[in-house]
Design a binder for this molecule. Structure first.
Ligand code: DC
Length: 230
């Protein structure tokens, strides 16, 4: 059976990654979390002190791009985890600190070009579920199924807050809310590949949906789309 390409874009903390991963596992497709790649580049930039509260040395980051090697490797449970230059950084890339710096890093065209090329390579044979901000608009404009996920900013901040608490991070809700709003603003207004709804995307507001509801809706959309291709 022909394997399609599924692009899941949307605002941060809408449940994209969770549902994309579940869907990929269920239908036997590759799952790619493109946000993890931007997060890993951010971790690299923080480590090299190219970015801080007070400065952002874009040109040093751009010069160092060839020194950044990103891979996804499955862990013992088969879940894809992010490796930066051979080191497993899956946990480190999910901190609030990385979240605070990732949007400025993702505005840099040279960074986007490098990551988009790698994403296109990962999905070149179809059979992929990729989530991000520009998957249906830039990475795979011909994806057979495009979903755009959104939810109210308070619901999203609450979900993210609970996720960070569960990991054992000590954070306060207002800092998370501020970060979610700031990332929306930067991601939607950047010059290169801003977050926007592809013309042929199906919009899903998950404010009132739990994970199970989201999964069932998206699975049904996927089945309908695959049935049309056979
Ligand atoms: O999906 P996420 O929240 O882990 O993504 C982190 C950041 O990376 C997000 O604020 C914007 C950026 N990003 C992007 O610009 N393009 C993508 N395809 C994925 C993420």
């Amino acid at each position: 059976m022909h394997k399609i390409t599924i692009a899941i874009d949307g605002h941060s903390s809408t449940g994209k990654s969770t549902v994309a991963r579940q869907l990929a596992d269920y239908i036997g497709y590759l799952y790619v979390d493109s946000g993890a790649m931007y997060r890993a580049v951010t971790l690299f930039a923080l480590g090299k002190q190219f970015i801080s509260e007070t400065h952002f040395d874009k040109s040093s980051l751009v010069k160092a791009l060839n020194d950044i090697h990103l891979d996804f490797k499955p862990n013992a449970e088969g879940k894809q985890e992010m490796y930066l230059n051979g080191e497993n950084v899956e946990r480190q890339i999910r901190t609030l600190q990385v979240s605070e710096f990732v949007s400025p890093i993702a505005t840099v065209s040279e960074v986007r070009k490098k990551l988009v090329e790698q994403q296109q390579l990962l999905g070149r044979n179809g059979g992929v579920v990729m989530d991000g901000r520009d998957i249906g608009t830039v990475v795979f404009p011909k994806a057979e199924l495009k979903i755009f996920m959104t939810a109210s900013v308070d619901v999203r901040a609450q979900r993210r807050y609970e996720e960070l608490l569960q990991r054992g991070d000590s954070i306060n809700f207002d800092a998370v809310l501020e970060n979610v709003m700031e990332r929306d603003q930067i991601d939607s207004t950047r010059a290169d590949s801003p977050l926007r709804i592809a013309d042929d995307a199906i919009v899903l507001d998950t404010s009132e949906m739990d994970e199970e509801d989201q999964f069932h809706v998206i699975l049904q959309l996927t089945k309908d789309r695959i049935a049309k291709r056979v």
